[in-house]
Design a protein around this ligand. Structure first.
Ligand code: ADP
Ligand code: ZN
Ligand code: ZN
Length: 835
């Protein structure tokens, strides 16, 4: 088990049957920090190992999890055969679909991240860690009178193990019993008195569920009214329900009625394996709609495409993109293949998932980080069965192990949450989706009302290549269904309001519209880009601003409702403190709040319109499981008149009763130093405006701003995507920014500001020497907020008109050596936020 350099990393050929019969050795990746590269192990005679198996292997003095990458018939020449240790056990087999390794390797190479971290990002959490770490006594090695020359901590661990039944406990149990046991265990391991090892997980226990199926009413001669009721309910539910569901629906306290029905032959009760899949309410069955002419056109184009290709489905908000996805997926399922649908955020999934379930029923499954570990594990296994299915998930679902993938769809493809910035790999799900679609030779559909500049560029350029080579298509839905108009957008100049003496956060126009809401029986959405009450607090006497002790930012004031505790909270590190009564600097009691957040809008709205019922939808109110779904369902059921929220509101919410959309302040979106700020602001405002007037009643949008002359505001008002994108592309081209050029961001962080700065300067010097002239080096410069959670952050931006070559990227990896151990070094390939 000696490391080879990671450059020798080669993978098993895809689809090759690699039984271990002819191969005595296996190259593995071990799950151990700092153990980079491949290690070679011997395969025991009795053992069957395949590439992709999860193993436990001896490593140093312990046993760790590992993944088999490649079987080899000869160990590397640098190794003596008798030095090679043997694989201890195969923990799980058959966990990866074909070509999956190629995808992971590509991610690893492109994003300059060790394969093991890519694997960890792709696998359900704790799969490698699911094996339990245990410690066992090596009885024969312990000398007489060990206590006399054993340090106290080690002695306590030793005693604990000696008093146990077989000298064997889990690591975490020992840690619980003996505070600081880790040091003691390490000491005992060094002496060779104990050994740590990994216990394979208990075979994932399937959960069983009793299912009651209707057989016949007539087979029984006598049947009670109660029993008749139960049968009736069973029949109206498709003739089959789980026993708990049936009992609940019939309000039964025991299963005796069901059991007697079974005895009479009216129903059968069967045990069935139930995977812990997130299957909420079964929505009503939904049939395909008659497509509009434009939808039909897009659908026909998509269904005529063969093999790998990319289509951008550019449809204005409410144009019925989802219906096109649904229709495109149906034939894929009929061919016994699966489809993968990626969406930006959990907040969006409940409604979308319901629409998919209503169409495809149980064939839909959901995969995202909001699931429990057990649910994720089960969903993963369910996907591997190869049954045709639709998987809906967020970013990491691009790694869903579907063996027969027939189509990938990215909905709201412009959304920045498809890019992971930390931890590594810093992948973009859209980029990975392209690779995956190409590898498995299936179509990729990117859908959006406000396509990213990259996708627009890609799809519209593709139009110019000859038909035979063309793999990129631009499909457009320029109108809403039923030719509903896009809502008119009114821009309100807040400077004007102030001059007229209106100091409220609601302009005259927005106030009026909100005032009419109740009477008209309509609903409104109010968008505000920040959560909390106020973005900063400052002393009126001396000007002191409350700042986070750990970050270079001001603290936000949190005051969710009248009478709540007043708090100050850091939105970077979550540091929280009680809001002081007096200025910590001068003692003055006159503290003033600046900048408006969701809580303040809610309080002001309550004050101005006490008759309106309000719900708040931001990350503070949606942190618990299913909170997104609950709030949206309550709002849809008319339990509130106004929904106030942040960015989350922009993501695909489709509510017919919403006629009014108000943007309380657009200014928070308009002014960022980032090169993508305008694109993001345009997308956010257009998306939020698109929530209005999706039903039969026409919508209305009011945007309040202090900068009505900003080009983004003009473009949003006129719904003029193409004009906006044309100017934006010109600016990007002039400066070689994406989609024209490529970017790599080098980041140094550490607790010692001087050390970080020295390191980043040294790295910049080396960059000057090693990088070709056509790579522009911007910086080093401190990040926008230089210190976050007590760590200083500096960065260097590399910009190149040509894509960065593999060799050049490999060179960047070597820059790490210029960082002392106290400074961490990160590389973000294709960064999308440079702040
Ligand atoms: P988008 O995703 O483009 O914003 P949706 O797919 O949410 O739009 O469609 C908007 C609304 O129009 C939805 O309520 C949907 O059910 C409805 N819809 C879509 N296509 C049709 C159609 N062909 N006929 C009738 N209603 C449709
Ligand atoms: Zn003061
Ligand atoms: Zn902080």
């Amino acid at each position: 088990m000696y490391p080879l350099s990671s450059s020798t990393l080669t993978l098993a050929e895809p689809k090759t049957e690699y039984g271990s019969k002819n191969y005595q050795w296996v190259e593995v990746l071990v799950d151990c920090p700092y153990a980079e590269g491949l290690y070679t192990y011997a395969i025991g005679d009795e053992m069957e190992v395949k590439a992709g198996d999860i193993l436990s292997v001896p490593f140093g003095n312990s046993v760790v999890g590992a993944i088999a990458l490649k079987l080899v018939s000869k160990p590397p020449e640098t190794l003596e055969i008798d030095q090679i240790k043997t694989v201890e056990d195969v923990i799980t087999s058959g966990f990866f679909p074909p070509r999956y390794w190629e995808l992971l390797t590509k991610v690893s190479e492109y994003y300059l991240t060790d394969l093991i971290y890519v694997i960890k990002c792709a696998l359900p959490p704790k799969l490698l860690g699911k094996s339990q770490k245990r410690v066992r006594l090596l009885f024969d090695n312990i000398p007489q009178g060990a206590e006399n020359f054993c340090p106290p901590m080690a002695w306590r661990v030793l005693q604990l193990l000696q008093n146990s039944k077989n000298g064997d406990y889990t690591f975490s149990y020992i840690n619980q019993k003996v505070k600081g046991a880790r040091r003691g265990i390490n000491d005992l391991v060094k002496r060779d008195w104990v050994q740590t090892y990994l216990q394979p997980p208990a075979k994932a226990k399937p959960k069983y569920l009793k299912v009651v199926t209707f057989i016949s009413e007539n087979s029984a001669t006598t049947i009670t009214q109660k029993q008749r009721d139960v049968l009736a309910i069973l029949k109206t539910n498709g003739g089959e329900l789980s026993q708990p569901d049936l009992m609940q629906k019939c309000e039964l306290n025991s299963n005796s009625v069901i059991n007697s029905l079974a005895k009479k032959g009216c129903v059968v009760i069967q045990e069935r394996e139930s995977l812990r899949l997130l299957q909420n309410s079964a929505p009503k069955k939904d049939l395909p709609k008659v497509l509009t002419e434009e939808q039909q056109c897009a659908f026909e184009k998509i269904s005529g495409l063969q093999g790998f290709n990319i289509s951008l489905l550019h449809g204005v908000t409410g144009s019925g993109k989802t219906e096109v996805y649904l229709r495109a997926i149906a034939p894929i399922l009929a061919e016994k293949k699966s489809a993968l649908v990626l969406v930006p955020e959990i907040g969006l999934t409940p409604q979308l998932t319901d629409r998919f379930r209503a169409r495809f029923g149980q064939q839909v499954c959901v995969y995202h980080s909001g699931l429990s570990d057990g649910e994720r594990y089960d969903t993963w296994r369910q996907m591997l069965t190869g049954e045709p299915q639709v998987v809906i998930g967020t970013r990491s679902a691009i790694f869903a192990p579907l063996p027969n993938l027939g189509m990938i769809i990215l909905d709201e493809e412009h959304d920045t949450s498809f890019k992971q910035s930390q931890p590594a790999p810093p992948y973009h799900a859209k980029t990975v989706a392209q690779w995956r679609a190409e590898l498995v030779n299936c179509p990729l559909i990117l859908g959006s009302a406000t396509p990213s500049l990259e996708s627009w560029q890609l799809a519209t350029q593709g139009q110019n290549s000859p038909e035979s080579e063309q793999k990129k298509y631009y499909l457009s839905l320029p109108n809403r269904v039923y030719n509903r108009p896009l809502p008119p957008v009114q821009i309100v100049d807040m400077r004007h309001e102030l001059r007229k003496g209106n100091r409220s956060i609601f302009s005259h126009a927005l106030g009026n519209a909100l005032g009419n809401l109740k009477e008209e029986g309509k609903q409104a959405i109010l968008f505000i880009s920040r959560r909390g009450h106020s973005t900063f607090v400052s002393c009126r006497s001396c000007g002191y601003v409350m700042e986070c002790p750990h970050c270079d930012v001001s603290l936000s004031y949190h005051y969710p409702k009248e009478g709540a505790t007043q708090l100050l909270r850091c939105h970077y590190c979550n540091h929280t403190q009680i809001h002081p009564k007096n200025c910590p600097e001068c003692g003055s009691p006159y503290l003033k709040f600046f900048g408006t957040g969701t809580q303040k809008v809610l309080l002001e709205l309550q004050k101005a319109f006490p008759e309106l019922k309000i719900l708040r939808f931001d990350s503070d109110t949606t942190s618990t499981k299913n909170a997104h779904r609950r709030i949206l369902e309550d709002f849809e059921a008319g339990k509130a008149d106004v929904l106030i929220g942040t960015q989350m509101l922009t993501k695909g919410i489709d509510l017919a009763q919403v006629t009014l959309v108000g943007v309380v302040s657009a200014d928070g979106l308009l002014f960022h130093s980032d090169y993508r700020a305008s694109e993001r602001a345009f997308q956010t405002l257009t998306q939020v405006a698109g929530r209005a007037g999706r039903g039969d009643d026409p919508g209305q949008v009011i945007i309040q701003t202090y900068s009505p002359e900003h080009p983004v505001i003009g473009a949003v008002q006129t719904h003029n995507y193409s004009a906006f994108i044309a100017t934006e592309l010109e600016q990007r081209e002039a400066l070689d920014y994406p989609p024209y050029g490529s970017l790599i961001l080098l980041k140094c962080t550490g607790a010692d500001g001087n050390k970080v700065r020295e390191a980043v300067e040294a790295i910049a010097d080396v960059c000057e020497q090693i990088l070709p002239d056509d790579v522009e080096i911007l910086g080093p410069a401190p990040a926008n907020v230089m210190r976050v959670a007590r760590r200083y952050r500096w960065q260097i931006l590399l910009k190149s008109l040509e894509p960065f070559s593999h060799e050049l990227k490999q060179q960047l990896l070597t820059l790490k050596q210029y960082c002392p151990s106290m400074v961490s070094f990160n590389i973000d390939v294709d960064p999308i936020r440079i702040e």
